[in-house]
Design a protein around this ligand. Structure first.
Ligand SMILES: Nc1nc2c(ncn2[C@@H]2O[C@H](COP(=O)(O)OP(=O)(O)OP(=O)(O)O)[C@@H](O)[C@H]2O)c(=O)[nH]1
Length: 329
């Protein structure tokens, strides 16, 4: 017995003879965006709320399998298509958040993802529920997909996540995000037996900079250095503001030799900014960098990698600043 048939007490004598026809008509009027596919994947209902959400009129889609183009720029299955094709396993590849059979109803699927919505003004984050309808012999006759527009909620969640993980001044990852990422990368390095490198980057003579140009000038300087650092990173690297005028760079799968090359590139990049620091002996803003690399092991902690890079940074400062230092140098 499918869920549509359960509404039969609401029907009068004439509609009771065609309960599915009645229910499908009812769906047309629902304020929840809803579409229904038949067992061959053709659109048999595209309700008005769905028209409003997608900007695609029902007349264009009824009887066709072109409903994907209301949501996506490239052809791909909707949740309802996955149910019809029995390809529910693909939900993991195609959707962000998913919960199979959330209410214990056979084959009902829920999932969320960003949709391009080519016929509207911009992409939307939609939550979809797809429920199959079976006839009395247990054969699939249709799949109902209902949609909820969660764009505002998702954007608020992303903004909150940004606030929780970004440094307010520079826009780089904050210390909390650094700690979290370092631990995650350490565990990954442990699983894959890959090296993990870390750079600690500290602005030289920054007290003099603040004294000469004021705290607001100092803030601007930190922002410029942050941009320079970020421009040197690859996709899997993470650059974070570690605290004050100190930055940290996590370099996954990077040997000490590779880390030294990145460190020297960063040092040169900051030097090339030619940012005057009239209070400092070098007359320009420079950075000192300590590098460290570990092959992660259960005996060690990521904090030891930080301590080793910090010790190298201390040596770079001690040796005269505007230089990089590796463990043991
Ligand atoms: N403008 C600004 N200054 C900051 C910020 N965070 C830390 N500082 C300043 O950075 C300076 C760091 O000074 P020190 O720790 O003495 O280091 P330094 O002068 O850079 O000297 P070395 O590191 O030894 O080269 C202090 O004056 C802090 O007030 C910030 O967010 N904005």
């Amino acid at each position: 017995m499918n869920s549509l048939l359960k509404i039969s007490p609401l029907m009068d004598a004439s509609t009771a003879a065609q309960p599915q026809g009645f229910a499908l008509k009812l769906m047309e009027l629902l304020v929840i965006p809803t579409f229904v596919l038949d067992a061959a994947g053709r659109v048999i209902i595209w309700n008005r709320a769905c028209e409003r959400l997608t900007g695609v009129p029902a007349a264009e889609l009824l009887g066709t399998s072109g409903h994907w183009c209301a949501f996506y720029a490239m052809q791909r299955p909707t949740l309802a298509d996955l149910v019809i094709a029995g390809r529910t396993g693909e939900i993991l590849d195609l959707y962000d958040g998913q919960a199979r059979d959330p209410g214990g109803t056979r084959d009902k699927l829920c999932a969320e993802n960003w949709c391009e919505m080519p016929r509207t003004t911009g992409r939307r984050y939609l939550a979809a529920d797809a429920s199959p309808i079976y006839d009395s012999d247990g054969l699939l006759v249709a799949v109902v997909e209902t949609l909820r527009d969660l764009t505002e909620e998702k954007q608020a969640q992303i903004a909150l996540e940004q606030l929780a993980t970004r440094d307010g001044l520079t826009g780089l990852a904050n210390r909390r995000c650094f700690d979290h990422t370092l631990l995650a990368e350490w565990q990954r390095a442990l699983r894959q037996a890959q090296p993990l490198s870390l750079l600690m980057v500290d602005v030289d003579n920054f007290k003099q900079y603040n004294d000469a140009y004021g705290h607001v000038g100092g803030d601007d300087c930190l922002k410029r250095i942050a941009t320079a650092l970020a421009s040197e990173m690859r996709a899997n690297d993470l650059v974070a503001r570690y605290g004050g005028e100190e930055f940290a760079v996590i370099l996954p799968n990077q040997s000490l030799k590779g880390a030294a090359i990145v460190a020297e590139r960063i040092r040169c990049r900051v030097e090339a900014l030619r940012q005057p620091n009239r209070g400092a002996p070098a007359r320009f803003v420079t950075v000192s960098i300590g590098a460290a690399t570990a092959i992660a092991s259960h005996e060690q902690q990521p904090a030891q990698l930080v301590a080793t890079a910090d010790a190298a940074l201390y040596r770079a400062k001690h040796m005269g600043r505007n230089r990089i230092s590796l463990p043991g140098t």
